[in-house]
Design a protein around this ligand. Structure first.
Ligand SMILES: NC(=O)c1ccc[n+]([C@@H]2O[C@H](COP(=O)([O-])OP(=O)(O)OC[C@H]3O[C@@H](n4cnc5c(N)ncnc54)[C@H](O)[C@@H]3O)[C@@H](O)[C@H]2O)c1
Length: 316
């Protein structure tokens, strides 16, 4: 595909250890690039990818699709418009449970040399990106990781979530099953984060709550069209979280679909991101999140790993 003249865009959807090689080759061939997250295995690799896209002047994005949920875009607007005032807390959980069975095989997501990290880079990376999008840059953090099941049957390498059961031979799990960390942001917000693949009953519980001086918001991917919002200046008898179904034409992107109340889904978050990417190419600007965000997210991932090893706070 990289050698063909009639292909202008490369969308990298392969396991994490292949992202850098493919992206650098694609940039050298002048192709615009979307890469899946996490951008790379290490900060060094991520920086090489970012250098390559800048040098060859191609457009680039990293597929942090949750930024493109209409409710999340609307939360961004509420924050930018000052509706929540000064932000005190960002509290995020990304919880799954698909590897709780100890006989679930050693798929590529459980091998450090292929995936870089476990729950941290796979799902925690989305919370980190959402935090940077909504709150701003990380200043310092302290965290810890845990691997509950340390050996697993050797299974097939593909099929992340639907792998075949393994045989008798076992191999070592070299990534985290779960991570928890707290962080300070440059603007003074206090962040608390948890990502786990051992949170039974939570299939894809990507959620966050933000508390500000004038109001709070809550969002949860499993009810992605809904936004809960609380304003401090609501009259006393009506104080509480209100439930907003973000399907009105005032909510970003949904005006392109159905009438109000006709919900959209997970796949549309990718459509919105690719829409931004195409607009960036046609109108010649650099959309976000891009490889620069990928590098910044990777620095946070690496800092958490470092903090877990040293049991110390790490500055970004
Ligand atoms: N943005 C999101 O919400 C989201 C969701 C799922 C996965 N991802 C990311 O997408 C990527 C792929 O994850 P997945 O769950 O689809 O994995 P997967 O194992 O289901 O699929 C990976 C595919 O890549 C192919 N492949 C492997 N090595 C290759 C190579 N060298 N060249 C070409 N093809 C190769 C495999 O044959 C397989 O078809 C990962 O980086 C993952 O983090 C992102």
């Amino acid at each position: 595909m990289i050698e063909r003249d009639d292909i202008d865009v490369i969308d990298i959807v392969t396991p994490n250890h292949t992202h850098a090689e493919i992206a650098i080759a694609a940039a050298e061939a002048g192709k615009h690039i979307i890469s899946e997250k996490p951008l790379a295995l290490t900060v060094e690799e991520a920086e090489q990818m970012y250098e390559a896209v800048k040098k060859h002047k191609v457009k680039h994005m990293i597929c942090h699709n949750y930024r493109y949920v209409p409710a999340v875009q609307y939360i961004k607007k509420l924050i930018d418009d000052g509706r929540l005032g000064r932000i005190y807390h960002f509290r995020a959980n990304y919880l799954q449970d698909w590897i709780m069975d100890p006989n679930f095989p050693l798929v590529w997501r459980l091998k450090k040399e292929v995936s870089g990290s476990g729950a941290l880079g796979d799902i925690g990376a989305h919370s980190i990106d959402l935090a940077r999008f909504l709150i701003g840059e990380f200043k310092e953090l302290v965290g810890t990781t845990e691997t509950f099941i340390k050996e697993r049957p050797i299974g097939e390498m593909s099929g992340g979530l639907k792998a075949q059961s393994g045989g008798n031979e076992v191999g070592e799990v070299t990534v985290d099953d779960a991570v928890a960390f707290i962080a300070r942001f440059e603007n003074g917000t206090l962040g608390t984060f948890e990502a786990s693949r051992f949170a039974g009953g939570n299939r894809n519980k990507n959620k966050f709550e933000i508390n500000g001086e004038k109001g709070s918001v809550r969002w949860d991917m499993e009810n992605m069209n809904n936004l809960e919002v609380f304003f401090q200046d609501d009259e006393p008898g009506l104080q509480g979280f209100r439930l907003i179904n973000c399907t009105e034409e005032h909510h970003p992107y949904v005006g392109a679909y159905w009438p109000a109340g006709h919900i959209i889904g997970y796949e549309h978050t990718f459509i919105h991101l690719i829409h931004e990417f195409m607009k960036g190419i046609v109108e010649d600007y650099q959309p976000t999140p891009n490889f620069e965000d990928g590098v910044k997210n990777q620095k946070v991932l690496e800092a958490i790993d470092q903090s877990s090893e040293t049991k110390q706070w790490v500055k970004l």
